[in-house]
Design a protein around this ligand. Sequence first.
Ligand SMILES: Cc1cc2nc3c(=O)[nH]c(=O)nc-3n(C[C@H](O)[C@H](O)[C@H](O)COP(=O)(O)OP(=O)(O)OC[C@H]3O[C@@H](n4cnc5c(N)ncnc54)[C@H](O)[C@@H]3O)c2cc1C
Ligand code: FES
Ligand code: FES
Length: 1373
Amino acid sequence: MRDTKIQVQNGSEPETWSGSDELVFFVNGKKVVEKSPDPQMTLLFYLRRKLGLTGTKLGCAEGGCGACTVMISRYHLDSQRPLHLAVNACLAPLCSLHLAAVTTVEGIGSTARKLHPVQERISGAHGSQCGFCTPGLVMSMYTLLRNNPTPPSELLHQAFQGNLCRCTGYRPILEGFKTFTLTQDGVRAKQNGDLSLDHEKVQNGGCCGGRTNGCCMNQDQGLDQDLDRDSDSGLSRALFDASEFMPFDPTQEVIFPPELISLTRSRRSRSLVFRSPRCTWFQPVSLDQLLDLKWTHPESRIVVGNTEVGVEVKFKNMEYPFLISPTQVPELNSVQHTETGLEFGAAVSLDRMEAELQNAVRSLPACQTEVFRAALEQLRWFAGKQIRNVAALGGNIMTASPISDLNPVLMSTAAKLTLRDREGVRELHMDQDFFTGYRRTAVRPAEVLVSVTLPYSRQGQIVRSYKTSRRREDDISIVTATFSVTFEPRSSRVHDLRLAFGGMGPTTALATATGKALQGRSWGEELLQTACSSLAAEMTLDPSCPGGMVSYRRTLVLSLFYKFYLSVLQNLAQQGLSVESVPPEFLSATEIFHPPTPSSVQLYQAVPAGQAVEDVVGRPLQHVSAAQQASGEAQYCDDLRPTDGELYLSLVCSTRPHAKILSVDCSEARAVPAVVSVLLAEDVPGSNSTGPVVYDETVLAQGEVTCVGHVIGAVVAETQADAQRAAKMVKVQYQDLPAVITIQEAIKAQSFYEPIRTLEKGDLEAGFKQSDHILEGELHLGGQEHFYLETNTTVAIPRDQNEIEIFSSTQAPSKTQSLVARVLGVPSNHVHVRVKRMGGGFGGKETRTTVLSTVVALAAHRLRRPVRCMLDRDEDMLVSGGRHPFYAKYKVGFSESGRVQALDVTFYSNCGNSLDLSSSVMERALLHLENSYLVPNVRGRGFMCRTNLPSNTAFRGFGAPQGMMVCEDWISAIAMKLGRAPEEIRDLNLYSEGDLTPFNQALENFTLRRCWDECLDRAKFYERRAQIQDYNRQNRWTKRGIAVIPTKFGIAFNAAFLNQAGALVHIYTDGSVLLAHGGTEMGQGLHTKMIQVCSRALGIPVSKIHVCETSSASVANTSPTAASVSSDLNGAAILNACDALNQRLQTYKDRDPTGTWESWVKAAYFDRVNLSANGFYRGQRSEVRDQRVEGRLVNYFSYGVCCSEVEIDCLTGTHQNLCTTIVMDVGNSLNPAIDIGQVEGAFVQGVGLFTLEQLLYSPDGVLLTRGPGTYKIPGFGDIPTHLQVSLLRDAPNAKALYSSKAVGEPPLFLAASVFFALKDAIAAARLEAGLSGPFRLDSPATAERIRTACADRFTAMCPAAEPGTYKPWAVLI
Ligand SMILES: Cc1cc2nc3c(=O)[nH]c(=O)nc-3n(C[C@H](O)[C@H](O)[C@H](O)COP(=O)(O)OP(=O)(O)OC[C@H]3O[C@@H](n4cnc5c(N)ncnc54)[C@H](O)[C@@H]3O)c2cc1C
Ligand code: FES
Ligand code: FES
């Protein structure tokens, strides 16, 4: 570290900062003056709680989901125009908003006034399912349009890097918003299915750069003919009509408040101070003021984007009494070219930095901008747009994170840092001494980082940056690196080599020994070998080090260097220097990934010719709440306005996996003035034992805790902040007991729930005897976090006579009702549970919601005051469990031809600390153990492991994906063993009509073969296979793979009694209809479909029908909205009610055949006819009892087939989903837009399950991944570049409503095609390393696993430590 000390004259005497200023800003055009703003308050809290603007949602509070996106505009005095930025309101400090204009989703349009075109298009294009992410997406798009009314399509990608959606699979959002963009020809893109963008890509060399024989889009050239053929055969591909959208006219947008312009001019140069009892916010306007403040308060934090400080305060219990905002200090906000480089003020945002670097790259000679281009490459993948808009370069440096993406750039290029305090200036050049430890730097407490100079590159210097992360977009790095080499003039001899790595220790690190060792050497194979062995020795990690993935991270060091090596070799060759040439098959290792613009096609059967226009069944009707969701009007549980006297509750959870509770000390918490009560087990008036199936859980822990996250107590206070603060003051003393965390530990300890489930058919022994081959294998399947965007929420309001009203985000109102009644010791008829809608559920809100709702109800009941709690994301992830991890062992016998003869499979599921629904989950896994293949002799056994983890629960697919995944694993192993293509083995063993499943149910109306053939045909599977083989021959370091996977999913609740539903239909005298049924709306469009059913049944338009909510008072004893059967069951109950009403009305229709609906209703009313009808549906009675099947086990099967093609980067393990083709049988679709939405949403959720999402637990059972920062669900960039979804035509299903089929869960498993395509690509890479035959690839196929499986010389240099010789950071549960 070069350190230059410069004395400067002291600026001024310390300013006295007294009093508190008023904060002035605008929200949706209205002026807000806040007399005493709280420096700890976020904009999101202010909007939602103080202004009642609940359209902006809270999804994570850490800048990782985008649900809280708003637009912040400021008047820029230099350019004399407002600048608009999309910002995360959850991180934006309220005090930072002085003289800003905030626009929220409510400010741009409403259903009452007029929707904004952005709101109209996302809803019209079916881009809103649960709607919780929708306002954030709307505001990201709106901000983009305010800055660029006709954005090119690639800007969409950037705009949404910071937004997540868990429901839609992203495609419809993009389709809707593409209509605002310009194609390359300068014309607006049209509606979905418009392939203009695809052709554009093909012309430009394709989505992947058009490598020889390689672009995935080449296969689409025949697509037009296919589509012509489809439209001739009655298939439709329009889910919306873009020509009906309102035009977007930028001149009609809300103007920037003129008063704010004059206020900005007059007040900007004034310093400000805002105080609360716990924190003071300073906003100095000069560097001297800033230095004085820092001198006086060295413990203060400088806050620019608050993207680090905000997260520390919220999640790491940090308290900062002094915060200083430097945004008005000119020196920290300027950008200028100096003699040596480009100097950035430390408070310059990353977004502005990116723009300035791009300008410099455009205007300067290329040889000077190597460093800038390396920085730009890092910025491209740095967080999301909302973070980059506010986060500063200085914040990134000073946080000193070991995985910072910019610090390697600065370190490898010795960037200059200018520091100041009241005594002078220091100039440092960043090197290995700058970071002095984990999150520590050489900067002194009173010093301020003023500026950072990125140097111009020199002649002969080459700089490259690389980032590897779990997810490409908006993710923290696993390993990040910048390499800079300078050669001696006109030579390939190294003059200087600086290799900086992030993610390889507690600080960003420079591989100084390697740099030195390579100095003076020529760039070539020998240098590579020395570099690799030197780096392998220098960049080591302890096997227990935080972050885990030790062997992968070490391999990445070598792999990234190898990429650099090739890239430099290429560069030197281009300069005409004599170096070894890069073989053409190695070139793809040097390519830089550019995100393609996805394109898609959706196909479905049009309604029959002659179907009445007003009959909406089978038509792509928009989700009935979509417009309200897009305008922010749709209310979720936490959007209910607080009622008088409302209290907030915060949970106290165990920090031990298994322990005796010795004592609970609540005295400190109770002493907090705002705390009203601390509740413990002894406060439960009814029963403290609870559970959805068996009562094996506690509402509040009693004497013992059995997992980290076990709820021990609850603190109830006047405000959320007080409740949460006080909850942390409750002290629990534990005596640890032995804990079982993983499946392997459970097997060792024989820790299982009873009974062991078995499914048997045929003669296993004979089957194996007949087999030519027997293969054994094992597989581990990770769990999955539901990650519904809306976390669990309950508001409980006590009423008189011991009644209680519960607003809960639950899929199971009746279960909530009965468990709350049990806890309170009141009959169920005193508990009224109401569910308007949920922001996603996916099974996670079927039973685990009662972990919260019972406690909130208890508090409200005891305190006789309304109580609310919306779990923070980290709490929700900690306490609510997820999909069961599975471990399976199998033995499969098969003939030489590949026909399966016998299968013996054993499943172990990690159930956690209570049974919950684990028994049914295991049952469903067993019932799907053969997926879609005929297995004559079979035995499946299921062990449910009792562990000290939070109870795992229902999740879309409910065990079936795990069962089917194991099946596909042995199918692919058979293929590898026989040296055949896996699709051949699949085809050979595929069921046929009439075949019997292992539980002896005959397959009737078996459409799977049709789906299979159609999918292969639409995907042009065999052409692709051949092209992939060519591609793989021509590329060593990138490989492609393809797989086609079928699925068969049994539709019915396993428990027979649940196959029932009720409905209540009221016709009012004005002819309007209020429809109530037992199902809940979580985004899946159930209410929309039920309205369609009711509309057809009564013969009235949908506009006359309304579903208000799901209420335990309207329909009693409802089954949870689960198992994909809610349309089937509730729809049938609605039909039953409508039949009764139709019969009652028939007399009046007959009497007045030319009358209207209204006149018939009136006539019936005046005739004293009951215009309310209760409907009921009793589904089939069948279930597994003692392993014996009684009756038909499932009502019918849903089928689908999916083909996916992927490309992997063998050196990093990252991959890209190139193309997916899905053919799904949904019978006669009730609503093709909703059904296609379910198919796509489930598919992308499955992509997360099988390739991306990884829940990490410490060996002590502590969940390490508790938010979007560490747990990655798929983002916009993870969807296939080309996606085609078609609903199988002419496939009516006699077993369900209007010949339809269930669709919620079945398509999830189709994402296994991506997993097996990855395995196919890995197999190709392994072949090059001389490895053939079956190999184990656990799910998810993460970058780490892909890289490790692609064994090569680099992996060989970084072997994993021997298990058992160290304590790993995370374990496979
Ligand atoms: C969702 C999300 C995604 C992220 N993704 C990435 C990523 O991809 N790559 C990555 O590297 N980082 C990432 N980060 C981390 C973070 O955004 C960056 O470190 C960012 O640059 C911090 O800037 P800030 O202005 O928000 O810092 P702040 O939170 O405002 O401040 C951070 C720290 O720096 C100190 N500080 C700031 N300026 C000065 C100064 N001038 N002098 C002295 N001290 C100062 C503050 O006192 C404070 O301790 C991410 C964060 C979030 C929340
Ligand atoms: S709530 Fe702000 S980004 Fe998630
Ligand atoms: S619609 Fe996006 S999260 Fe539900």
